[in-house]
Design a protein around this ligand. Structure first.
Ligand code: SF4
Length: 277
């Protein structure tokens, strides 16, 4: 399509072409915002549910004439509900932690400061064929901001895997090396395969485990304490994600304002257009 006499592309809205392509950065920014908003709504609902459960439990206790437990201070109904809500909230969050509908996000630790004392991966690679690179794990805000490591848009923020062989998309089919080694996510830096039955039948004898339909699943069933820890780590990670998105948007606004100022200055300083008359 041709531009009009003002140089505006045909089929445009303002100065942007109606079907202008969307960059990966723009798409991921929108997906991250949507995921964060969904998590926010979900947490609001969970907090409301915790208050309702605490209220029902307190009313039931009073109607049944059960004396308050040792941890509950006798007082008004409202005060009792306020006091009981945090424990109920944690209970509900722990139960919700295993839901497959949740956004999975890695912890907020700096991956470049991670230390590990795992086995020598390079020496093991010909035997294990990097089976650990078929395991699922979630990326962190740091990974998302860098934009090097790809994630699964259908399941934020799990590492993206190839549908044909189940390996991480950054694993080289030839030689099974990591093609993003410097930027690899924190779970890749921390992981120690030696006790993992999905990888080794017997690590000391270097016998790999038989291929299993469960090989790509997350680790063993978490305990209650693991879940409580995960809930806390998630709260911190989501707060960091909100901060990261806000910081990026502030930076974008700053760059756009600087560009607009530069364009305005160039316009003011430009020589007047040649006149025909
Ligand atoms: S990022 Fe590298 S080390 Fe981590 S799963 Fe992918 S290929 Fe393996």
């Amino acid at each position: 399509m041709k531009d009009d006499e003002h140089g505006v592309p045909a089929g445009s809205v303002g100065t942007a072409r109606h079907d202008a392509p969307v960059t990966r950065d723009e798409l991921e920014r929108a997906l991250r915002r949507a995921a964060l908003a969904t998590e926010g709504v979900r947490d609001d609902v969970i907090q409301l549910a915790a208050q309702v459960v605490a209220l029902v439990e307190e009313l039931t206790r009073r109607l049944d004439g059960v004396p308050p437990g040792p941890t509950v201070t006798p007082g008004t109904l409202e005060a009792a509900v306020d006091e009981a809500t945090p424990a109920v909230l944690e209970r509900i969050r722990v139960r919700d932690e295993g839901s497959s509908a949740r956004v999975l996000i890695g912890d907020a630790e700096d991956k470049y400061r991670t230390t590990a004392d795992g086995p020598d991966c390079t020496a093991l690679l010909p035997i294990c064929q990097a089976r650990c690179c078929t395991l699922h794990f979630a990326l962190s805000s740091q990974d998302l901001d860098e934009g090097v490591i790809r994630w699964d848009y259908g399941k934020p923020y799990l590492i993206r895997q190839r549908p044909d062989d189940g390996y991480c998309v950054h694993n080289a089919p030839e030689g099974r090396g990591c093609t993003v080694y410097h930027h690899r996510p924190r779970p890749c830096r921390q992981y120690d395969c030696r006790g993992d039955a999905r990888i080794w039948a017997d690590f000391d004898r270097r016998e790999v485990a038989a291929p299993s339909p469960y090989a790509r699943r997350e680790g063993s069933t978490p305990t209650e304490l693991d879940l409580i820890e995960r809930v806390r780590a998630r709260q911190v990670a989501l707060a960091m994600e909100g901060f990261a998105i806000g910081t990026r948007e502030a930076e974008r606004a700053r760059q756009a304002a600087a560009q607009a100022r530069a364009e305005a200055a160039a316009h003011v300083g430009a020589p007047p257009a040649a006149r025909d008359d």
